[in-house]
Structures are given as structure tokens and as C-alpha cells.
Design a protein around this ligand. Structure first.
Ligand code: GGG
Length: 356
């Protein structure tokens, strides 16, 4: 029987609409080469024009409309001139992460062959690590509020929330990942000198979890020096685990150190498979370049590979990554963020063609 996957496709805002067709092109090419089918259901919500029309980012019955897909394939969200970012994000992407319990945000940082590295002397293979970001709590909490708004007694409070279950499950995932890799090395991002309640708690849970993984060498860095180490010694890392905010910051910095954030993919993973996982590029909607057809499609295409890996189509996933590497090695096929001249579709088509 033919393997078949139901995918909810949500392009979202801005360049999400330009890079998504290239992600789909790679997905369809992989399906035809590796003998499976992809049933796509496109959704015209979770974008700011929908908000302007309906006063909300998604319909009330969005979950029914999405149904029970095997995965969600997401573009980007946000257009601050239309809708404040905290509204567009909380009513779409952050809602998906929480509703589907996608508690791991997995983001690779890899220097690809041919991609000009802004850090001197680095070659492909030198930088190759994973960032595991906690994805449903931490600094991204809905606990807090405002008092006396608009007066000189104004107070705003937002709490960081760390639960034992929430911290332990993402740490377990990160240690398992480190344990499966040749270097078996895990780095934890902290700031327990300054943030004196939640971060010492995080550190203590790391220490407790490490006892279950005696073969994993682990260390911790305060987030400030860790960002410096990303720039100075990115070859030092294997698996880096961080809270929601720290993981978010590190996973923009990591890809920037390997050439461009435009190529970085991510998986919002529900490891327990009690709901679908969501795959999206790390970059946002980039209103400044939207509509010009010049966005780098690699982050979306590599996210398709991560999605296929998650669905068990391991060979197809590897074929997409190899095609990305071959294409990026060719200067004429790179987009502007990589000092090339190729437009979004030219780069995306080249990747699909390179798959065979
Ligand atoms: N494709 C990713 C995207 O649209 N990101 C918007 C954003 O700002 N996300 C914040 C986050 O991931 O925490």
C-alpha cells in the first residue's frame, strides 16, 4: 500500500507565501521519487490580513478545520504595521505549539558546503550542532498583567513559568539527542547568577537529568558568554539546550554564524506524538522584502526535510538535504542574503531538480 501523509499547509504572512511553494515543490518531488503521497490541505488563516478582516488570527473552529493531519507545514507570521506582533504570534504559532503540546523546538546549526561563513577559517563539518529550545512555557508565559494602565502608577508584570514536567521533558529530549550523537556533548544555557529562582531550578534539573546519561559530557554557560562562544568557538558545540527565550535567541545567532538565518529550519515537535508536530523556517515574515520574490527558500525546504524525517521518510529527507547542499555550492543559485542573484523560485527549482 502507498504511504500517504496528510499535511496542513499554512503559509502565513509576508515571505511565508513566497517560500512555501518552494517547500511544497521539494516535498512533491520527494514524494514522486520515494514512492509516497502527500495530501495537502491549505489554510487561509493565521495571517494578519485574516485578522484585519475578522478581528482574530484564526477562526474559532480552527482545530476542526485543521482536522487530524500528520504534520503542519508553516511559513511565517507577523506584519507589525497591520497587527501588533504579540497578538499575531500568540493567536497563531504560539497557540499551535501549546495546543498540540509541541514542547521541543529543534533547530540545526550547520555550515553547508559553499556557503560563505562570516567566521574566518571555518569549513563545512566544523560547525554542526543542534539547538533544543523549550517551546511551551518559560519566559513565553501568559501569567502576568497590567495595573493602573495609562497612569503614572502603571505596573506591568510577566512571570517566567518553569514546571518540573515541562523542564524535565525537554531536558530528557536533549540528553537523548546528545546520547545518540558521536560527541555525546550537551551544553545548557543558563543565567543562574542573575535570574536567581527559575535559572538555578533549571540548572538543578539539568544536573539531575545528567545522572541518567553517564556517557554524555555536559557543561553550562551563562547566556551572555554563550552568545560570545557561538561567535568565537561554534565548533565547540554538539547539542545546546535552552529555555524558550534563550533557545530562540541562540537559534537566530547560530544560523547567522553559518551564513544566513534564511537557510535555518525548525521542528516544533511533540515527541510523544499525542498531536501533530509543526515545521517552519526559523526566519520570520520579513515585510521589508516581501512581494519581491527574493527570499531564500532554503529554510522552508530544509523544514520539509525535517518533517519527512519525523514522518519516517528518512531517505527522502536526506535527499532533500543533499540537494540543498549541492545547490548552495553553486554561487549562481544562491539568493541575495548569500551574495547571489537567484530569485526564490530559481533557487527552489534548482533544489528540486538536484534531487534527481
Ligand atoms: N517562521 C517563524 C516565524 O514566523 N516566526 C515569528 C516569530 O517571531 N516567532 C517567534 C518565536 O518563534 O518565538
Amino acid at each position: 500500500m502507498t504511504r500517504s501523509y496528510k499535511i496542513a499547509v499554512i503559509p502565513g504572512d509576508g515571505i511565508g507565501n513566497e517560500v512555501m511553494p518552494e517547500g511544497i515543490r521539494a516535498l512533491e518531488q520527494a514524494a514522486s521519487l520515494f514512492g509516497f503521497t502527500v495530501e495537502q490541505k491549505w489554510h487561509d488563516f493565521a495571517h494578519c490580513d485574516y485578522y484585519l478582516k475578522h478581528g482574530r488570527m484564526m477562526p474559532e473552529d480552527w482545530k476542526d478545520q485543521i482536522g487530524q493531519p500528520d504534520a503542519l507545514f508553516f511559513g511565517a507570521v507577523g506584519w507589525p504595521a497591520k497587527v501588533p506582533d504579540h497578538i499575531s504570534l500568540w493567536q497563531s504559532l504560539l497557540l499551535f505549539r501549546r495546543e498540540y503540546d509541541q514542547y521541543v523546538n529543534l533547530r540545526p546549526v550547520r555550515l553547508m558546503p559553499g556557503v560563505p561563513c562570516p567566521l574566518a577559517g571555518r569549513k563545512p563539518g566544523d560547525i554542526d550542532f543542534w539547538i533544543v529550545r523549550e517551546n511551551t512555557e518559560g519566559e513565553y508565559s501568559s501569567v502576568g498583567g497590567t495595573m493602573f494602565p495609562g497612569t503614572d502608577r502603571e505596573v506591568v508584570i510577566q512571570e517566567t513559568v518553569m514546571t518540573r514536567v515541562g523542564v524535565d521533558r525537554v531536558l530528557r529530549y536533549a540528553f537523548e539527542l546528545a546520547n545518540s550523537r558521536p560527541h555525546r556533548h550537551l551544553t545548557s544555557a543558563t543565567k543562574s547568577n542573575g535570574i536567581a529562582v527559575t535559572m538555578p531550578y533549571w540548572d538543578a534539573r539539568v544536573e539531575a537529568m545528567a545522572k541518567h546519561y553517564p556517557d554524555v559530557r555536559w557543561d553550562k554557560y551563562h547566556i551572555d558568554i554563550l552568545t560570545a562562544q557561538f561567535v568565537l568557538n561554534p565548533d565547540r558545540f554538539d547539542v545546546v539546550v535552552g529555555s524558550n527565550l534563550f533557545g530562540d535567541i541562540l537559534s537566530d545567532l547560530g544560523p547567522a554564524c553559518t551564513g544566513t538565518i534564511g537557510i535555518a529550519p525548525s521542528g516544533n515537535i511533540n515527541p510523544d506524538r499525542t498531536g501533530p508536530s509543526l515545521f517552519e523556517p526559523v526566519h520570520g515574515s520579513a515585510p521589508d522584502i516581501a512581494g519581491q520574490g527574493i527570499a531564500n527558500p532554503v529554510g522552508q525546504i530544509w523544514s520539509a526535510a525535517m518533517m519527512l524525517q519525523h514522518l519516517g521518510e528518512v531517505e527522502a529527507a536526506a535527499a532533500i538535504v543533499t540537494a540543498i547542499e549541492r545547490t548552495l555550492a553553486e554561487p549562481a543559485l544562491r539568493t541575495r542574503d548569500l551574495k547571489g542573484n537567484a530569485d526564490t523560485a530559481t533557487c527552489g527549482k534548482a533544489i528540486a531538480d538536484a534531487m534527481g
